[in-house]
Design a protein. Structure first.
Length: 452
């Protein structure tokens, strides 16, 4: 769903309280005013109970308290701004919270974790957060929320002569080469590209680090798809392989397709590269005669989230130091037979919703436990079963390039022994590698920069 559709001006307020409980009470007043079936006292208890078990502080001065209740509507979102700052136990040192986004969700809202994750991703962009906090008044704050959460981005330099020429030629090449789609890399432009600005006769796939909503109406609404893949490199088409993988897992493209890709260096405002990719040739070593890249029980959303966390760890490390870790996703019954705990399982006993990797508040938890020896074992629906698990599949035959260590060997072995996939972050090179049926596929460059 579009996040801007649940933002109402009457539920955007300036906060007077300097503590979290008082701020939540202020937000609840404007949240329940039109909904007599919602009780402030009950909601406040639920919000504070969640806060006591897992912090809702996201960083950059933003908190995202949330609760699920029985109600007829799917979501109620209230936003509070505090210029002075609010004390929050989850913040580090003397950090204060300046923006609170309180989400009340109905128990029947099936995309609850996805909505939480979408909000969390948006407010990790410092430029957007600063613009919201520093808005001149609440009307401007509301307008900036609508713009930021609706995925509308400024369009710059799209209409210069070279860019128009490059796009026209991309269409001609795509047609002449019998391509199924044109893939446009939107991060070429400062601020990205708003969906629908570049319209081709073929299916268009817009790739960007930002959340972009596909058109909801118009002649080409079924011809435009958007993919969010973050790149930490300024190189041309740095997101290409990951974008193709995501498109494959979502069913946007097929292994037999040919794709025409157009883009340029990140932030250059200039198309300068045009590439035609045969998808099957790009991934033929990984397929090994099969056409199911994802295990049957692994959803595309879970794969994308695990990949995103792995890339963040590769770039950021932990407390300034590089880290190496291993994620095993899918076929949990078989994987359990081939693993044993190296430490007490830190995820044991928590609600499945709270330990699902789609939950944005799991990011810091995963990163904190990434320093443990062993693997994260994750169910196909995203629930993290364990951390610090030793892989015991050493009798499986597989071949690896020289120079790779025990973590890569374990990843390859488990991907052969079970119908799962594994993703490795190398502590020495920072490279992120996917394993499926024992075959490795590097997904990123070595030691990427966080400033890309």
């Amino acid at each position: 769903m579009r996040l801007d559709q649940i933002i109402t001006r009457s539920r955007v307020i300036d906060l007077r309280s300097l503590d979290l409980e008082g701020a939540l009470q202020e937000l609840l007043v404007v949240s329940v005013a039109k909904f007599p079936d919602l009780k402030s006292e009950t909601l406040l208890r639920g919000l504070l109970a969640r806060e006591s078990t897992m912090t809702t502080y996201l960083g950059l001065g933003v908190a995202l308290p949330h609760v699920r209740v029985k109600m007829n509507r799917r979501y109620v979102l209230a936003i509070g701004r505090s210029r002075l700052g609010i004390r929050h136990d989850g913040a580090k040192d003397e950090e204060r919270v300046h923006l609170i986004l309180m989400l009340i969700a109905g128990e029947q809202a099936r995309d609850y974790l996805q909505v939480l994750a979408s909000i969390a991703r948006l407010v990790k962009e410092r430029e957007l957060v600063d613009n919201l906090i520093n808005a001149a008044d609440l009307d401007q704050l509301h307008e900036r929320l609508i713009g930021g959460f609706g995925g509308v981005r400024p369009v710059q330099a799209l209409q210069n002569r070279v860019n128009r020429l490059m796009f026209r030629e991309a269409e001609r090449v795509a047609s002449g080469a019998a391509c199924r789609a044109i893939m446009i890399f939107g991060d070429t432009f400062v601020g990205g590209i708003e969906s629908g600005v570049l319209s081709a006769k073929l299916k268009t796939i817009l790739v960007s680090r930002n959340v972009i909503e596909a058109p909801v109406d118009g002649e080409n609404k079924d011809q435009v798809e958007s993919i969010q893949v973050r790149s930490y490199s300024r190189q041309r088409l740095a997101q290409l392989r990951s974008a193709l993988l995501v498109a494959l897992t979502r069913g946007i493209i097929a292994f037999t397709d040919r794709i025409c890709c157009i883009g340029g260096m990140t932030g250059s405002n200039q198309f300068d590269t045009l590439v035609v990719v045969d998808v099957e040739r790009e991934f033929q070593t990984l397929l090994t005669g099969q056409n199911d890249l994802l295990p049957s029980d692994v959803t595309p959303e879970v794969f994308e989230r695990v990949l995103g966390v792995a890339i963040e760890l590769a770039v950021e490390g932990r407390e300034g130091r590089p880290v190496g870790c291993l994620f095993v996703v899918g076929d949990i019954a078989k994987v359990d037979q081939l693993t044993k705990p190296l430490v007490l399982n830190p995820f044991y006993g928590y609600k499945e919703e709270d330990r699902n990797i789609l939950n944005p508040f799991m990011d810091e938890t995963i990163k904190e436990f990434s320093s443990l020896d062993g693997a994260f074992v994750i169910r196909g629906d995203g629930v993290v079963a364990s951390a610090g698990s030793l892989i015991q599949a050493t009798d499986v035959e597989h071949t690896l390039p020289s120079g790779l260590g025990a973590r890569h060997a374990a990843a390859a072995a488990i991907s052969v022994a079970a119908n799962c996939l594994s993703i490795v972050v190398s502590s020495s090179s920072g490279q992120v590698t996917l394993f499926r049926r024992g075959v490795m596929l590097p997904l990123t460059e070595k030691r990427m920069s966080a400033t890309g």
